[in-house]
Design a protein around this ligand. Structure first.
Ligand SMILES: [Ca+2]
Ligand SMILES: [Ca+2]
Ligand SMILES: [Ca+2]
Length: 197
């Protein structure tokens, strides 16, 4: 009887589900996302510039000297090679509002694209495609998430036609609107103070 009970409870306490928010990954602890084994290669962690000229950031987004997550586009990783990474699964059944936010850096003349998708009970739903050269700076992306029970996020990077297509992300957060608002407000204050000094 005990064994049956444990088996029945297993799906409820599914291992690896995140249910405390905000959940963040700034990659400073080298915690990778989940790799898709059926694509063309793997995302990796990187500190400082990537190995090629005219692509990739000079540093991460968190501090400038920290760690970010990226797809290296140098040979043999172009053209049109696909790299998929997944977040953990988030149990949001008790969370009233959900927001995905992250920072991305997609600099390079031959830049490919970054598809962001939600995987939940309704399947795989693309929520954005960021396409082409975005300049040598980090950009904030944020999306409301409508999933009701649980979901995970897929980051699907596809390299472009040459090696100038490094695709990078940092400071991922799954949160409620309030935490995102606070983070953006703090960032705004930091930028304003830097400009005043
Ligand atoms: Ca892979
Ligand atoms: Ca970082
Ligand atoms: Ca490279």
């Amino acid at each position: 009887m005990k064994k049956i009970l444990i088996l029945l409870l297993l799906p409820i306490f599914s291992f690896g589900q995140v249910n405390t928010f905000p959940w963040t990954n700034d990659f400073e602890s080298y915690v990778a996302l989940q790799d898709d084994p059926n694509d063309d290669g793997n995302w990796g962690v990187m500190q400082g510039p990537t190995s090629s000229f005219a692509t990739g950031p000079s540093g991460d987004h968190t501090t400038g000297s920290g760690v970010y997550y990226y797809v290296e586009s140098s040979a043999p990783n172009y053209p049109n090679q696909t790299f998929i990474a997944y977040t953990p699964t988030f149990d949001v059944s008790a969370t009233p509002g959900k927001v995905l936010s992250f920072w991305y850096h997609m600099y390079g003349a031959a830049m490919g694209d970054l598809e962001v998708a939600v995987i939940d009970g309704n399947g795989y739903t693309v929520i954005d495609s960021i396409i082409g050269d975005q300049g040598d700076l980090w950009h904030l992306a944020y999306y409301p998430i409508n999933s009701v029970d649980s979901f995970k996020i897929a980051f699907k990077a596809t390299t472009g036609t040459l090696y100038t297509s490094d695709i990078c992300i940092d400071d991922i957060m799954v949160s409620d609107h309030l935490h995102l608002f606070m983070d953006v407000w703090i960032l705004f204050l930091q930028i304003t103070i830097q400009q005043l000094l």
